[in-house]
Design a protein around this ligand. Sequence first.
Ligand code: 5GP
Ligand code: MG
Length: 193
Amino acid sequence: MMSTAKPAYAQTDDLEAILVSEAAIKRRLKKLGADITAAYGKEEITVIAIINGAILFSADLLRQIPNPIRLDCIRISSYRNQTRSHGKPQLLHSLTLDIANRHVLLIDDILDTGKTLSVVVNLIKKQNPASVRTCVLLDKKGRREVEFEADFVGFQIPDRFVVGYGLDFAERYRNLPCVGILKPHLQNPPEWA
Ligand code: 5GP
Ligand code: MG
């Protein structure tokens, strides 16, 4: 039976521009998966995904890696809504897996000021892993406040607030298959700045 219902609300209508298309993400993930596989050889990898942002990226990326993988997730408090004095990212939900002597791959959605990943890498190193590498979908190099480079980067992007493919605005838009710039009038209040 033909549906007379209106087409579903398209969240992409809320985007001013698409920065990284679904097809580009798919292509890049294949190469990223191959690069990660080459770096680890046949080693088992203990993947730590920073939720919620890295959920979609991690799910797709891990399926491009044939190595044995142990998966854990951590949750970090956002420092963005807080005053400067409370500006350090805190671990809200910590590891359940033992990572001592393991090869750790830390995955996040985006590397911006560098504060989150540098704090998390230091926490992980305290548990004596065999190695720690980092992988991010997006990198806004121009915004760095703390010196930090990821080992594996999906895409370099300009200094714009982006949503989609795991990245949210007020917990929405994570399910977009692409990464785009939210129209300015929808960033109200601008909680991320
Ligand atoms: P950093 O600690 O490197 O400044 O920021 C990392 C975190 O900030 C990311 O995990 C993400 O939650 C958030 N973030 C930074 N830039 C953006 C952006 O453009 N869009 C969204 N949705 N989140 C961002
Ligand atoms: Mg995040």
